[in-house]
Ligand binder design. Sequence first.
Ligand code: FPP
Length: 244
Amino acid sequence: MQPNLHYPLSPIPYTPPRHVAIIMDGNGRWAKSRGLPRTAGHKKGADTLRSTLNACRDAGVKYLTIYAFSSENWKRPSDEISDLMQLLRHYLQKELDTLHENKVRLRFIGDLSQLDKDIRASIDDAMEMTARNGAFNLTVALSYGSRQEIVRAVRRIVEKGVAASDITEETLAEALDTAELPEPDLLIRTGGEQRLSNFLLWQAAYTEFYFTDILWPDFDTKHFTEALQDYAGRERRYGTTGEE
Ligand code: FPP
């Protein structure tokens, strides 16, 4: 039976996922269907991110990790890349104080060396400014690819001179960009595709997936609550039979 949910009018009567990861897909199609430039979809997508962050906090989710720009996204037309970077600059400037006031810790994962210097500096400042916040954790995957992240982790381990026989799953997990984060409990992908697209491959070993056709700019609090509701009905067995 589905739990009785009346979000947001009454408290959610189940344990929410601690960590939600989202592939925010469908901005381009949302814009195209309205005869707008793709950037308009990304802008609306940034609004959706704001409302989703609030919905996470209301629901008791503690970690939100978003796939904002993949390592493959560098192959997009340069106009679109610079528009996305501009949006990021704007977002960092405009939202940072509010995030900080709300005790949100902001992290960025990915190959940040590829970003423009000014963006890297803003990212460093934002991470430093919010480093002691503990109410909520927003992690932005930027210039991120999970395979590249795993390669970076292996390099870090080798550079530290760890003996092959000492390498465990923990060694690798602790060398990943996500070392400080718990594994995601729920991964949502909007926009109709049903794949991971090089996002959190290692971390999502036991994550529950939720795919929806809703395009990211249209994904509102009601849709998010439906995803949480769906998650609440899942039985997580982590590869066991689920019996004591
Ligand atoms: C995928 O839609 C979305 C992106 C590549 C960018 C996501 C970025 C935002 C939502 C902006 C807010 C984030 C920050 C950090 C400022 P798509 O363009 O692949 O859509 P399509 O599949 O319909 O073409």
